[in-house]
Design a protein around this ligand. Structure first.
Ligand code: ADP
Ligand code: ZN
Length: 724
C-alpha cells in the first residue's frame, strides 16, 4: 500500500505530499515516522492508495505509530486543508493546530498514569494558612479515595506535589484505572432557568440560522444558558466546544464545570503541563470526554458529532490568532458548525460592531437578555470630571468622588476594584534637563519604571534594565516619572488608607502558571479590600462583595489611533462596570475622565449599547471603515534590515501592480515603517491597505506567500486588532 504523507516541517518548499510504502496498520489520519533527507521526521497520512506514479523500488517505508486511533479524524484533515488554502500557509502548519505538541514530537501515549492516595490520616495533617491547594487536594482524596494526579492538578494546581513532599500522599504509577466518573450522573447543580434564559435556550434550539448571538447585559446569566445547551447535547450523545477568553478559566469556573460535567469535560487551560494536555486531548479524541473547554485553540478539538459550539465574550480580541496562521476563531468555528449542522452560539454584553450588524441584518439570530438575574439593577455610574479636579488643585490619581466612595466601601467592609490600563509605576522616565527618554535597545519603545524591582522594563520584549541614577545623554540627575501605572496607584492608595489590604493584578504580578488564579482566589475570599489592576480584571469574574469599581483613566484607550478605539472603550467600560454590585448590594462605579462630554463615555454610562451601536455604525459607514471595508496589513519583519527592505520592495512592486490594475477595489494603499520600527531587534515594515472589495484578498496572500524567505517573515493581517 502507498501512503500520501505530509512531513511535519513548516518550510513552504516542503509543503508537498510524498508517497511512502506502508503496511495495513496505517490509515488516513495516522501519525507515522517518515525517513526524510537523512532524518526520520514525524508525518501525517493524508490519503491511502494502491499505486504510485513513482517507481515502487524508489519509495521508502514509513514506520507507523502505535496509536489506538488515527490522530486526525476526517473533519480535522479537511479543515486543515481548507485553512492552508485560505491563509496560503503550508499544510504542515495548519495540521499542527489540531494536535497537542507532545503528539507532534512523536511521543506515544502512556498507558499508565500517576495516582495519588492519602498516606496519613487526614485528621493528623497540618496545613499552613495559604496552602489552599494542598488542603483542597487532601480533602478531595479523603472524600473520593485514590485519584488521578493530572485531574487533581487541574483543580488544585501544585497541591499533590506539595502533599507528597510532606509525606501525606503516596503517588503510584498504575495502569489507567476505570474512569472514576463514568457512572456518576452529572451532579444536579443545575439551576432552574429564568424565563429569559429558557427563551434563549429555546431560540437557539429552534431557530434555523447557524449563528445565534446572545446579547445579554453583564450578570444576565449567560453562563447558565451555555451550560444548559451543553447538557442537552450531552444527553443526546453529542459533543460540544465551549470557548472562553483564557482569563475566564478561574478556579470558580473550573470547579463549576467539573461539578457539572465531571469527566465528560476536558479542560484545556494554560495551567496544564504538556503531558496533561496530551491526556486531555486523547480523552476527547477517543470520545471519553465529550466537551472541550478552553481558549481559542480549543476550537480545533478532535471531537466528532458536534452538537453545539459556544464562543463566550465573542468580542474579545484574544479570539484572533497573532501567530501564523492568523486564523479567526469565529471563522473556524463556523466551518465546523456548518459541517456538523450544529449551532454556533456567540455571547457578549457588548458584541463586536461587526457581529451585531450581521445579527441586526438577520444573518445571525439575535437573542436579547436585558435584565440581570433577580432584576438586580446595573450599578450607578458617577462621572468625575478630572479637569475640575485639576483646577481645584487635586493632582492625584483619585478624584474627590472616588475617595468618598472608597471610604464608604471600606467602612461597610465591602470590596472595591480600581482599574487602570497601565502597568508598572510610571510610564516613562524623562530627563528634565535634556528631554532624554529611556528606551529599549531592541525595540523602539520607551521603558516603564517598576518600583518594586527598581528597574526599567520593556513591555514589548520583557527586557529589564537597571534604573538610571543620571541621564546617560547629559549626565543630569533630575529625572522625572511621567504617567501613572498600577504600581503607583497601589502605593498611593496604601498611603491614603494604611489599614486597607490592597492587591495588585497585572502582567507583573501574574507570572507563573497560577499567578492570576492565586490573586483572584485571594480576592474572592475577601482577603483583600481593594484590587488594583489592568484590563485583566475587567473580564468575567463574579465577586459578590464588590460594590465599587473605579475607572481611573477612562480616556486612555480612546486616544489610540485605531478605528476600533471607541468600540473597545465601550466594551471595556461596560465589562468593568459589570464587576460591581453582582450580589444583593447595589453597586457603584466612578468613572474618571478629562473628556466628560465624549459620546462613547455617555453611551457607556447610560448602558446604552443600541445607542452606541447606531452612533458607531454611522461613523464607520461615513469613514468607510470595517465592517464597510477590510483593513489588510502586510507586515514584513526581519533582523537584517537590508534583506527585510528587499523583501518589502519585492512585495510592494507586486501589490502596486495589483493596485493600479484594480484600484477601484482599494480605498487606501501605502507602504511605510510600522509604528514601532523595531521589536526584539527585528525591523518592521508594512504595507497598509483598505479594501472596499475583498476579491483581491487571495491575490494579496499569493504575492506574500511567493515572497516568503528564510530570513524575513511576511504576515498578512486582516482587520488587525493591534497595529503597532
Ligand atoms: P453573565 O455571564 O451573563 O454575566 P452569569 O452567568 O455570571 O452572568 O450570572 C450572573 C449570576 O447569576 C451568577 O452568580 C449566577 O450564578 C447567577 N445565576 C445565573 N442563572 C441563574 C438562575 N437561573 N437562578 C439563579 N441564579 C442564577
Ligand atoms: Zn524591548
Amino acid at each position: 500500500m502507498i501512503a500520501e504523507v505530509i512531513v511535519d516541517i513548516a518550510a513552504s518548499e516542503t509543503d508537498k505530499i510524498f508517497d511512502y510504502l506502508c503496511d495495513d496498520s496505517v490509515v488516513v489520519g495516522s501519525r507515522v515516522r517518515a525517513p526524510f533527507g537523512g532524518k526520520t521526521l514525524p508525518g501525517f497520512v493524508m490519503r491511502i492508495k494502491a499505486t504510485s506514479d513513482y517507481p515502487l523500488e524508489k519509495l521508502k517505508k514509513v514506520q507507523p505509530c502505535p496509536d489506538e486511533l488515527p490522530a486526525l479524524n476526517a473533519e480535522c484533515l479537511a479543515l486543515a486543508e481548507k485553512l492552508a488554502a485560505r491563509y496560503r500557509v503550508p499544510k504542515a502548519l495548519t495540521l499542527r493546530l489540531f494536535l497537542p505538541s507532545e503528539m507532534r514530537t512523536g511521543k506515544v501515549r502512556e498507558l499508565t498514569k500517576n495516582y495519588a492516595a492519602l498516606a496519613v490520616d487526614f485528621a493528623e495533617m497540618k496545613f499552613s494558612k495559604n496552602a489552599k491547594n494542598q488542603l483542597g487536594a487532601a480533602e478531595y482524596l479523603r472524600d473520593n479515595g485514590k485519584s488521578e494526579c493530572a485531574f487533581l492538578n487541574n483543580l488544585f494546581p501544585g497541591g499533590v506535589a506539595a502533599l507528597e513532599k510532606k509525606g501525606y500522599v503516596k503517588i503510584t504509577k498504575e495502569q489507567i484505572l476505570r474512569d472514576p466518573y463514568k457512572n456518576v450522573e452529572s451532579e444536579s447543580v443545575e439551576r432552574t432557568l429564568t424565563a429569559d434564559q429558557q427563551r434563549a435556550v429555546d431560540t437557539v434550539n429552534t431557530d434555523s440560522r447557524t449563528v445565534q448571538l446572545i446579547h445579554g447585559v453583564t450578570g444576565s446569566g449567560k453562563t447558565e444558558i451555555y451550560l444548559t445547551l451543553i447538557a442537552q447535547q450531552l444527553k443526546k450523545g453529542k459533543t460540544s466546544i465551549f470557548l472562553v477568553p483564557e482569563i475566564s478559566l478561574t478556579p470558580q469556573m473550573l470547579s463549576q464545570l467539573r461539578a457539572r460535567f465531571g469527566r465528560n469535560a476536558a479542560i484545556l487551560h494554560s495551567g496544564l503541563s504538556a503531558g496533561e494536555r496530551f491526556d486531555e486531548w486523547w480523552r476527547l479524541r477517543t470520545g471519553e470526554a465529550k466537551i472541550a473547554i478552553g481558549a481559542r485553540s480549543a476550537v480545533f478539538a478532535p471531537l466528532e458529532n458536534l452538537g453545539v459550539i459556544i464562543i463566550d465574550e465573542e468580542h474579545e480580541s484574544s479570539y484572533a490568532s497573532e501567530t501564523s496562521p492568523r486564523y479567526n476563531t469565529f471563522d473556524v468555528a463556523l466551518l465546523r458548525a456548518k459541517r456538523n449542522a450544529c449551532k454556533l452560539v456567540l455571547g457578549s454584553a457588548t458584541p463586536a460592531v461587526d457581529t451585531y450588524k450581521r445579527a441586526k441584518e438577520g444573518e445571525f439570530s439575535l437573542i436579547r437578555l436585558e435584565k440581570r438575574i433577580n432584576k438586580r439593577p446595573l450599578p450607578e455610574i458617577i462621572i468625575a470630571d478630572m479637569r475640575r479636579e485639576v483646577r481645584r488643585g487635586n493632582n492625584s490619581a483619585f478624584s474627590g468622588a472616588l475617595k468618598e466612595e472608597i471610604e464608604k466601601c471600606l467602612a461597610a467592609d465591602k470590596q472595591a476594584i480600581l482599574f487602570l490600563n497601565r502597568r508598572g509605576y510610571s510610564q516613562t522616565v524623562i530627563c528634565k534637563e535634556c528631554g532624554y527618554v529611556a528606551k529599549c535597545q531592541q525595540c523602539d519603545v520607551s521603558l516603564t519604571y517598576h518600583r518594586d524591582e527598581n528597574c526599567l522594563k520593556c513591555h514589548y520584549c520583557g527586557t529589564k534594565y537597571n534604573m538610571l541614577s543620571a541621564c546617560p545623554e547629559c549626565g543630569g540627575v533630575k529625572l522625572s516619572y511621567a504617567g501613572t501605572g498600577t504600581q503607583r496607584v497601589a502605593a498611593e492608595l496604601q498611603k491614603l488608607y494604611p489599614a486597607a489590604r490592597i492587591l495588585r493584578m497585572d502582567n507583573d504580578t501574574t507570572s507563573g502558571k497560577e499567578g492570576h488564579y492565586k490573586i483572584l482566589k485571594a480576592f474572592g475570599e475577601h482577603k483583600a479590600d481593594i484590587l488594583v489592576g489592568t484590563q485583566m480584571i475587567a473580564k468575567g469574574h463574579d465577586f459578590p462583595s464588590v460594590t465599587l469599581v473605579g475607572i481611573l483613566d477612562a480616556d486612555m484607550s480612546l486616544h489610540f489611533s485605531d478605528y476600533r478605539s471607541g468600540e473597545r472603550t465601550f466594551q471595556l467600560l461596560t465589562q468593568v462596570a459589570g464587576r460591581s454590585g453582582r450580589a444583593e448590594e447595589k453597586g457603584k462605579v466612578v468613572l474618571q475622565t478629562f473628556d466628560p462630554e465624549n459620546e462613547v463615555l455617555r453611551f457607556a454610562t447610560a448602558y446604552d449599547y443600541a445607542g452606541f451601536y447606531e452612533n458607531e455604525i454611522s461613523l464607520r459607514a461615513a469613514m468607510q471603515f470595517p465592517p464597510f471595508s477590510k483593513i489588510v496589513r502586510v507586515l514584513v519583519t526581519g533582523e537584517d534590515d537590508k534583506k527585510t527592505i528587499e523583501t518589502l520592495r519585492e512585495i510592494y512592486v507586486e501589490l502596486e501592480k495589483l493596485y493600479t490594475e484594480q484600484s477601484e477595489k482599494f480605498l487606501f494603499f501605502n507602504k511605510m515603517r510600522a509604528p514601532i520600527k523595531r521589536i526584539q531587534n527585528k525591523h518592521r515594515y508594512q504595507v497598509l491597505m483598505r479594501l472596499s472589495d475583498t476579491s483581491v484578498l487571495p491575490l494579496i496572500y499569493d504575492i506574500c506567500a511567493n515572497a516568503r524567505n528564510r530570513d524575513v517573515v511576511v504576515a498578512v493581517e486582516e482587520n488587525p486588532t493591534n497595529l503597532s
